[in-house]
Ligand binder design. Structure first.
Ligand code: PLP
Length: 372
């Protein structure tokens, strides 16, 4: 019998993770004041061709800080996709702004950039893009709208470490970008995140916001509310070692996708991930969407695959379908058909970098069986 195949497991062996983390423990530098934090920030910012990196405690914290960096007056609106994690909307709400949704495209599952213009109002201040499951958003139309209307662009690259848009790395395509380094992301620090920017004022503000807004001139004097969103030196040490190996991880993710593509290409009605000719997809998770047939339900397929010892995960449920937002008077009566369909028909398959080809074969067999 084969063992249970998880959706993903972090790869922490074989690089400098142990040595760097041990260095923190041996030298006693375990808080955010240690030198690995700066090193990791510089290495990751450089990888994404951004000037500054600000490491924080999670991707969600990075989103919150990113929105709080922007000069937003009450009533400011920020446009984001309906198909994404709740953190994107809560960051906007927590910063006192209003989230405005657009649906996603049916092939890449990323923001439908043709739907943005209709949502721009005199109160719009920014567009937040989210690269879904490793595939970049089509950024040229986003930048054109941002320029035309004087909007900031925020990039959530939490699922797209190493992905490229027209030859440029994701995370380097906006005024502020954010990453998550949660354990299932392409590189990990266990928990963690980072904000990148070319704007020194945003970077300075982000550093203050992650650390209670202590003032450099007088430490216990506060003129603004900050947070405790610091990353520890041990986390950063692991992140630096993971950064050194990013190309190996990306190559493995792409290889996993190639193999799944070959094994599942003939399954009728099963939609597989795409890679647009302007994109380098890093296939953070290998996601599939079932045919729009009332008899096919992603939850049922997922349960059936679990019987065959294969773990899977459901897609996001649209932000406009979240009861917590309805209770706040948000998104009531709004409809985003693509988001609604894929949230019910989509699931992602085991995609960890430690997967073997034999395991991928077992996953595909289980999927075929579950599809009947
Ligand atoms: C994982 C993820 C986040 C949040 O990251 P955390 O580190 O878990 O807070 C934000 N956005 C997207 C698109 C994600 O996938």
């Amino acid at each position: 019998m084969n063992d249970f195949i998880p959706v993903s497991t972090p790869e922490l062996q074989g690089g400098n993770e142990e040595a760097y983390a041990l260095d923190c423990i041996r030298t006693g530098w375990i808080s955010s004041a240690g030198a690995y934090v700066k090193k990791f920030e510089q290495a990751w910012a450089e990888y994404c061709s951004m000037a500054e990196g600000v490491a924080v405690s999670s991707g969600t914290a990075a989103l919150h800080v990113a929105i709080k960096c922007l000069p937003l007056e009450p009533g400011a609106e920020i446009i984001l996709p309906s198909f994404t994690i709740i953190s994107c909307a809560t960051a906007i709400l927590d910063a006192g702004a209003k989230p405005v949704l657009v649906d996603c495209a049916g092939d890449t599952w990323t923001m439908d950039t043709a739907a943005i213009a209709a949502k721009i109002t005199p109160r719009t201040r920014a567009i937040m893009v989210v690269h879904i499951y490793g595939h970049p958003v089509d950024m040229d139309p986003v930048h054109a709208l941002a320029e035309k209307h004087g909007l900031y662009v925020i990039e959530d690259a939490a699922e797209a470490h190493g992905a490229e848009y027209r030859g440029r790395r994701c995370g380097g395509l906006a005024d502020i970008s954010i990453f998550s380094f949660y354990a299932n992301k392409i590189i990990t620090t266990g928990e963690g995140g980072m904000l990148l920017t070319d704007n020194p004022e945003f970077a300075q503000r982000a550093r203050a916001l992650r650390n209670l807004c202590f003032r450099p001139d007088r430490r216990f004097l506060h003129t603004e509310i900050g947070h405790v969103y610091r990353m520890t030196n041990i986390q950063a040490a692991i992140g630096l070692a993971q950064t050194e190996r990013i190309e190996t991880f990306v190559a493995k993710k792409r290889e996993i996708a190639r193999i799944y593509g070959a094994l599942l290409g003939d399954v009728a009605g099963l939609q597989l991930p795409v890679e647009k000719d302007w994109a380098k997809n890093v296939y953070w998770m290998y996601a599939v969407v079932l045919a729009n047939d009332p008899g096919l339900d992603a939850d049922a397929v997922s349960r059936e695959m679990r019987v065959h010892k294969c773990d899977t995960r459901a897609f996001f449920l649209g932000l406009h379908e979240q009861p917590v937002f309805h209770d706040m008077g948000l998104f009531n009566g709004e409809a985003y058909p693509v988001t609604e369909r894929i949230s019910r028909k989509g699931l992602y398959l085991p995609s960890g970098v430690q997967m073997t080809e034999a395991q991928q074969g077992a996953v595909c067999e289980a999927l075929r069986e579950a599809l009947g």
